[in-house]
Design a protein around this ligand. Structure first.
Ligand code: ING
Length: 308
C-alpha cells in the first residue's frame, strides 16, 4: 500500500490522581475522531497512561511500581485494543513496563489492526539523573526509575509500511534514526514528554526547546528519507508544564501537520510512502554513498576524547 492516512493523538496533561480508565477513555475519544477522518495508523505519546512521574523523587523506588504495567494489554487498556480492532486501525503508544523479572522500562509498542502487539521498543537514551539534585528547578529522574532499553531500534512491516519507534530523548540522537534507516524504515513514531524549562538553565525558554525538538525530528526524517510522527503528552501536569508541538514530518523533512493547542488533539496526514523511495535511492542511497570505514569511533567511543 502506498497511501495511508496516519494520525498523531496528542494528549494533554495527565494529573497524578487520574486513573488509567480515565486516560484510556480520552485515548479512545481521539481514536474515534481518527476513525472518522480515515486514519489507519495512530500514534500516541510516551508514557500515555500516566503522569510524567520521573519529576517526583521517592527514596524507595518500589513505591512507584504502581505507575507500571505488568501485562499488556490489561483490563484498563483492553477497550483501546478492542476499539482499534473494530476499526481495523493499527496504533502505537507508550507506557511504563515492569517485567516478570522485575525490570522497569520506558516502553512503546506497535499494535497491528488485528490487535496484536507486533513490535516492542524500550527507550534507549534516558535523559536526566538518578539521584535527587537540589540545584535543579525540577527533577528529571528517568535514570532512577528505568533501565536503559535492551531492545535496540528494530522495525516491523505493518499495514504494508516499514515502521519503527523512538521515545522522546531518542529523537535527539542521530544514531537512533540511522539504525532504523539502515533497515529501510518508512515511518518512525516518537512519543515525548518534554518539560518546557531546562532545569539547569532558566534562560533556555520554551521557544528554543521547541526549535530543538522540531530540528531533531525534521533532520532525522530527512536524513533517512522517512515519515515521522512526533506526538506529545503536554500542557500542565500537577503544576509542571510540558510543551506541545506535535508534528508529522514527510521524507523531505517538511512539517506537513502540526498541533495548534496543548490539549488532547488529533493531527492527520495522508502519507504517500512511495515518497520515501526517491531519497533512499538518490541522496541517501546508503549503499552508494556511506563510507563505514571512517565511522568506527561512533561505536568504539562513548564519550568525547580529546587528543589534540
Ligand atoms: N524528555 C526530554 C526530551 O529529551 C530533554 C528531556 C529535554 C533532554 C530537552 C534534553 C533537552 O525531550 C524526555 N522524557 O526524554
Amino acid at each position: 500500500m502506498s497511501k495511508m492516512i496516519i494520525g498523531g493523538a496528542q494528549i494533554g496533561g495527565i494529573q497524578k490522581d487520574e486513573t488509567r480508565e480515565e486516560v484510556v477513555a480520552r485515548m479512545i475519544a481521539l481514536m474515534d475522531e481518527a476513525h472518522g477522518k480515515g486514519v489507519k495508523y495512530l500514534a500516541y505519546p510516551e508514557m500515555t497512561l500516566t503522569t510524567f512521574f520521573p519529576r517526583f523523587y521517592v527514596e524507595d523506588r518500589a513505591e512507584f511500581d504502581h505507575w507500571f504495567e505488568t501485562e499488556m494489554p490489561n483490563a484498563a487498556t483492553r477497550p483501546l485494543f478492542d476499539r482499534a480492532r473494530e476499526y481495523g486501525m493499527g496504533f502505537t503508544f507508550g507506557y511504563c513496563e515492569l517485567t516478570p523479572e522485575g525490570q522497569h522500562f520506558n516502553t512503546s509498542v506497535i499494535v497491528s489492526p488485528e490487535g496484536e502487539i507486533i513490535l516492542k521498543y524500550r527507550k534507549t537514551h534516558l535523559p536526566g539523573h538518578s539521584e535527587y539534585e537540589p540545584e535543579r528547578t525540577h527533577q528529571h529522574l528517568e535514570k532512577r526509575y528505568f533501565l536503559p532499553g535492551d531492545t535496540g531500534f528494530n522495525v516491523v512491516r505493518n499495514q504494508g509500511v516499514i515502521m519503527g519507534m523512538s521515545i522522546c530523548n531518542d529523537r535527539r540522537w542521530p544514531e537512533s534514526w540511522r539504525v532504523m534507516g539502515l533497515q529501510g524504515v518508512e515511518l518512525v513514531t516518537i512519543g515525548y514528554n518534554t518539560p518546557s524549562q531546562n532545569n539547569l538553565s532558566a534562560e533556555e525558554g520554551i521557544e528554543r526547546r521547541v526549535y530543538h525538538h522540531e530540528l531533531s525530528v525534521c533532520a532525522g526524517a530527512y536524513q533517512n528519507s522517512t515519515y515521522a510522527v512526533a506526538v506529545a503528552k503536554c500542557g500542565m501536569e500537577d503544576g509542571n508544564h510540558m510543551f506541545a508541538g506535535s508534528i508529522i514530518v514527510d521524507p523531505d523533512g517538511f512539517v506537513v501537520a502540526r498541533a495548534e493547542g496543548e490539549g488532547d488533539e488529533l493531527i492527520t496526514h495522508e502519507a504517500d510512502f512511495a515518497k520515501c523511495a526517491f531519497g533512499k535511492s538518490t541522496v541517501f542511497n546508503f549503499a552508494a554513498h556511506r563510507r563505514t570505514e571512517h565511522y568506527g569511533l561512533i561505536c568504539e567511543r562513548t564519550g568525547v576524547q580529546i587528543d589534540v
